[in-house]
Write a protein that binds this ligand. Structure first.
Ligand code: AMP
Length: 447
C-alpha cells in the first residue's frame, strides 16, 4: 500500500492535468490532510468515510477525485441521468459545493445541476432532462424529482453524503434511504461528517462497502485564531447589549445567531431600528430571499447577518470579523460550528456569546466539550450608546467597566487591528502531525 503521508503535492495524488491547473489557479500549494487522505483512495475506487469539519478542505477532497474519474470515463450523458450525486443538508451548502465545482472545472467543463428546495422546479427539470455529470442536491427536492421521474439515478456511480451529522439532525435519514435505494449497488460512496455518532457509523455500514476512514481536526476544538468571550446578561437587556457590541468600530462583518426563525426576525427589526441595518436568513425565507441576504452580506451592503443555525450551515464568507451568539445553542457542538464562521481563510476572529441565567447550563456544556473556560467580558448595557457623552471618568466613578472593542485572543493579540498572520486558506493549519490535529488513513473500518 502507498504511504499516504508522503503525498505532499497535488501532482503526487495523481489528479488530471486540467484539475492541477485549476488547483494552481486557486493558489492551493499543498493538499490538506483530508485531501491527501481521501483523494488517492477515491481515485483507487474505495469508499471513504471522512471525519472532517468545514474549513478543512473537505469539499475538494471528494469533488476533485470525482471530477477526475468522470473525465477519465468520458461516458456519454443519457437523458435524466447523472454520474455523480452530492447530497447536502442545506441549500446554501449545496450552492457552495456547486460553486466550488465550477472553480475546479475552469479548464474542463462538466454539466452540474443544482436541485434544491425554495427554487422553481421547472428549470431544474429542464437541466436534468438532458442528463448531467453531477447533481448537487438537498434530499427533499431530489425526492420530488425522483417521484415525478424527472431524474433517473440508475447510472449514478458516485454518491456523496456531505455533513451527514447535520442531515441526521434535520431528519433527512428516511429521505436518504429512499434516494440511496435508487442508486446502483456498484458505486463509490463518500460519507463526510464533522462528528461520528453511532447513527452515522450505522449509516456508513449500510451505504458503504468497506470504507477507508480518514479523520482530521476533531470538531470539539475551536480554532485558536478565534478570541472567545461570554457576556452575562439578563434576557431583557440582550438586544441593547447586542447593538452596543455591533456598533463598535472593529466589527466589520458580523453574523448574529439566534435559536429561532421568529427570534431572528425580531433581532433584525431591532437592529434596523437601532441604525444597524441587517439581513436575516432562516428556513422560512424563500431561496431567492436567502440568496439576496447572503449576497448583501458578502458584498458588504449589509455587514450584519442574523441567522438561525440551519440557514447558516453553508455560509462560507471570508472576513467575518465577529460571530455573536445572541442565544446559546442547545447542542454544544453547534457552538463550534457557529464560531467557525469567523477566522476563516487565515484571518483572526472574535466570538462573543450573550448568556442569560437560564442559559448557564448550555455554557457549561460548551466549556466541557471544548475543554476550555470561555472568558467573561463586561458590557455595560446602560452605557450601550458609545456615542453618548459619558466620559471614561464617569464610567469609573459608577464602577461600570468600559467594554473592550475586542476580546484579547488566546495569544495575546488584539482583534482586527492586530496584524494578520499569513496562513493557508484551509482550517487545518499544517499537516504536521505534532499538532495532533490530523491523522490520515487510519485504516479500514469494519463495515
Ligand atoms: P471546506 O472545508 O471544503 O469548506 O474548504 C474550506 C476552504 O479551504 C475553501 O475556501 C477552499 O477553497 C479552501 N481550500 C481547499 N483546499 C485547499 C488547499 N489545499 N489549500 C488551501 N486552501 C484550500
Amino acid at each position: 500500500m502507498r504511504k499516504l503521508i508522503n503525498l505532499t503535492t497535488f501532482a503526487d495524488l495523481g489528479l488530471a492535468e486540467t484539475l492541477l491547473r485549476a488547483i494552481d489557479d486557486e493558489g492551493y500549494r499543498t493538499p490538506t490532510p483530508i485531501q491527501s487522505g481521501a483523494i488517492p483512495r477515491l481515485l483507487a475506487g474505495d469508499d471513504v468515510l471522512g471525519i472532517a469539519q468545514t474549513g478543512t478542505g473537505k469539499t475538494a477532497s471528494f469533488v476533485l477525485p470525482i471530477l477526475h474519474l468522470i473525465a477519465e470515463s468520458d461516458k456519454r450523458r443519457l437523458a435524466r441521468t447523472a454520474q455523480a450525486l452530492i447530497l447536502a443538508p442545506t441549500r446554501e451548502l449545496a450552492s457552495q459545493i456547486a460553486e466550488e465545482i465550477k472553480r475546479y472545472t475552469r479548464h474542463r467543463r462538466v454539466a452540474v445541476a443544482i436541485v434544491v428546495g425554495g427554487a422553481k422546479p421547472g428549470p431544474q427539470v429542464r437541466a436534468l432532462s438532458r442528463g448531467v455529470d453531477i447533481i448537487v442536491a438537498t434530499p427533499g427536492r431530489l425526492l420530488d424529482h425522483m417521484s415525478s421521474r424527472a431524474v433517473d439515478l440508475s447510472e449514478t456511480r458516485f454518491a456523496v453524503l456531505d455533513e451527514a451529522d447535520q442531515m441526521l439532525d434535520l431528519g433527512f435519514i428516511p429521505a436518504i434511504r429512499t434516494i440511496m435505494a435508487a442508486l446502483p449497488k456498484q458505486r463509490q460512496t463518500v460519507l463526510m461528517s464533522a462528528t461520528m455518532p453511532k447513527e452515522i457509523r450505522r449509516l456508513a455500514a449500510r451505504f458503504q462497502t468497506n470504507p477507508v476512514e480518514v479523520a482530521v481536526a476533531p470538531v470539539a476544538r475551536p480554532i485558536e485564531e478565534i478570541a472567545q468571550s461570554v457576556v452575562a446578561v439578563g434576557s431583557a437587556s440582550k438586544r441593547d447589549v447586542l447593538s452596543q457590541i455591533l456598533a463598535a468600530k472593529d466589527v466589520t462583518r458580523a453574523i448574529v445567531f439566534t435559536r429561532t426563525k421568529h427570534g431572528a426576525d425580531k433581532v433584525k427589526r431591532h437592529l434596523d431600528g437601532a441604525g444597524l441595518p441587517a439581513a436575516a436568513i432562516h428556513g422560512n425565507k424563500s431561496q431567492a430571499q436567502r440568496q439576496r441576504a447572503l449576497d448583501a452580506f458578502r458584498s458588504g451592503a449589509s455587514p450584519i447577518l442574523v441567522a438561525t443555525d440551519i440557514a447558516a450551515r453553508g455560509i462560507h464568507v471570508d472576513d467575518v470579523s465577529h460571530v455573536i451568539n445572541f442565544e446559546l445553542p442547545e447542542v454544544a457542538e453547534v457552538y463550534v460550528h457557529r464560531i467557525g464562521r469567523t477566522a476563516r481563510a487565515g484571518h483572526t476572529g472574535v466570538a462573543i456569546s450573550l448568556c442569560d441565567p437560564a442559559e448557564r447550563k448550555l455554557l457549561r456544556a460548551i466549556e466541557r466539550l471544548t475543554g476550555k473556560a470561555i472568558a467573561p467580558e463586561a458590557v455595560d448595557a446602560a452605557a450601550a450608546d458609545e456615542r453618548s457623552s459619558r466620559t471614561a471618568a464617569d464610567a469609573d466613578e459608577h464602577h461600570t467597566p468600559r467594554r473592550r472593542h475586542s476580546a484579547p485572543s488566546p495569544r495575546g493579540e488584539g482583534g482586527r487591528g492586530a496584524p494578520r498572520p499569513k496562513k493557508p486558506r484551509y482550517r487545518g493549519k499544517s499537516p504536521s502531525p505534532q499538532k495532533g490535529r490530523a491523522s490520515h488513513g487510519s485504516g479500514r473500518t469494519a463495515a
